[in-house]
Design a protein around this ligand. Structure first.
Ligand SMILES: NC(=O)c1ccc[n+]([C@@H]2O[C@H](COP(=O)([O-])OP(=O)(O)OC[C@H]3O[C@@H](n4cnc5c(N)ncnc54)[C@H](O)[C@@H]3O)[C@@H](O)[C@H]2O)c1
Length: 386
């Protein structure tokens, strides 16, 4: 036997094997079994009154339902209030999570949230046009604020919200959840460590599945502020740089989307002072699943994140090979990112971490999204001065 020379001693005689740093699910297992001190070293004590964080969640739509599940599963969080205009939704989650009646509020009762001193933070997942009002009321009541993107409808209101956060000395977290995705975080680390060298090209693909309802699109703020902001933020975060020039083309192939003056298909490029060029394509309707890709290319190579599937099953027959379809939509593809961003909000409230998405960043992303919308409308490249 030629390989006998490779025989090793018993694993019981070797150093105990440890999980790899990338195995975040094993870390979750450790945290859940009370062994978190090995994985979370903060060197800080959490004040007694912040050991359990009381939160109020606004809205139980697609985004709010994700956050509710994650709040309920997070041992640091206690749901104090749920505010939702659809009574049926409130009653369904009350049954599911066995919540007391005192938790459920209609929007006209929401002052209870702001006048309750035991509420540490609020999570806003209402339609976008309601964000600014809730953000400002939350900050004025001295609550930490987690707000779904975008923070407000336009740049001026967004700036005002961050100014208020500064005055009230409260964190305002814009939920750019993709930053908290484990694969994108690893990709960014590799880029920042120089594994591909100076970055020449970045490509992202963001094709939605399923197509959102027209009711949602009508109040979404438009595809640039609703969808493109995620890709803009992702690219700038990976590069650590903001673009100087942007160009976009957009079209509505779906008549119902054209009828509400929005687009369902966008292609855009961004040019950076360092020379890097980024390219993104966005669609509201990918019939084969939620298509999310990221690729960074440089003189030393390429690092990329491809799509995820529910499980790694490959069936091979005379007709070829097949796999299960891509994950259906954002709740499954970005499952872990939503858990991680909420955990980050807890870290910030408990004083264990600084806010990882500063206001200045969100303002720049809003400016870039507006510049892209302008480019699509005029057909011109737009220069951005910060
Ligand atoms: N980060 C992400 O991945 C992501 C994904 C989807 C949506 N979003 C953002 O989340 C927000 C909500 O989007 P969605 O897809 O969940 O919308 P949605 O239409 O599915 O849900 C909106 C919910 O808000 C409720 N509502 C309306 N008025 C209310 C009020 N005054 N008070 C409380 N609840 C009220 C509605 O009844 C509905 O349940 C948007 O700002 C969107 O940009 C973010």
């Amino acid at each position: 036997m030629t390989t006998v020379k490779f025989a090793t001693c018993s694993p019981y005689k070797q150093t105990k094997q440890q999980h790899h740093i990338t195995d975040f699910k094993h870390k979750e297992f450790l945290v859940g079994s009370g062994q978190d001190k090995h994985v979370k070293t903060y060197n800080k004590e959490v004040p007694e009154d912040l050991k359990v964080i009381n939160v109020a969640l606004f809205a139980l739509g697609r985004a709010g339902s994700i956050h509710l599940t994650n709040v309920m599963k997070n041992s640091r969080l206690n749901i104090k209030y749920l505010v939702e205009s659809d009574r049926g939704k409130l009653e369904r989650v009350q049954k599911e999570w066995r919540l007391p009646d005192s938790v459920l509020l209609s929007p006209h009762q929401d002052q209870k949230v702001f006048s309750d001193p035991s509420v540490h933070g609020i999570i806003i997942a209402t339609p976008t046009y309601l964000h600014k009002d809730l953000v400002t009321r939350g900050l004025k009541a001295k609550k930490a604020v987690f707000c779904e993107k975008p923070i407000a409808d336009d740049l001026e209101d967004t700036r005002m919200c961050y100014q208020l956060a500064k005055e009230m000395n409260q964190p305002l977290l814009c939920a750019f959840n993709r930053r908290f995705d484990p694969s994108f975080s690893q990709l960014r680390r590799k880029v920042q460590d120089g594994e591909v060298g100076q970055v020449h090209l970045v490509k992202t693909v963001a094709r939605d599945s399923p197509v959102p309802s027209i009711e949602y699109i009508k109040v979404s703020g438009g595809i640039f502020h609703d969808c493109a902001v995620h890709d803009i933020d992702l690219v700038c975060w990976v590069l650590g740089e903001y673009p100087t020039h942007v160009f976009a083309s957009a079209f509505a192939f779906i008549p119902e989307i054209a009828a509400v003056n929005d687009h369902d298909t966008v292609g855009f490029t961004m040019k950076f002072a360092s020379g890097t060029i980024s390219m993104t394509d966005i669609s509201r309707n990918a019939v084969y699943g939620y298509d999310q890709r990221l690729e960074v290319f440089g003189p030393k190579g390429m690092v990329s994140c491809s799509n995820e599937r529910p499980y790694p099953l490959v069936t091979s027959t005379v007709h070829g090979q097949s796999e299960p379809p891509l994950l259906y939509s954002f709740p499954s593809r970005y499952y872990q990112s939503y858990i991680n961003e909420l955990d980050h909000f807890c870290d910030v409230i408990q004083g264990l971490s600084d806010l990882s998405i500063p206001g200045d960043n969100t303002l720049k992303i809003t400016r870039i999204a507006s510049a892209l919308a302008e480019s699509a409308a005029t057909g011109q490249m737009v220069e951005i001065m910060y």
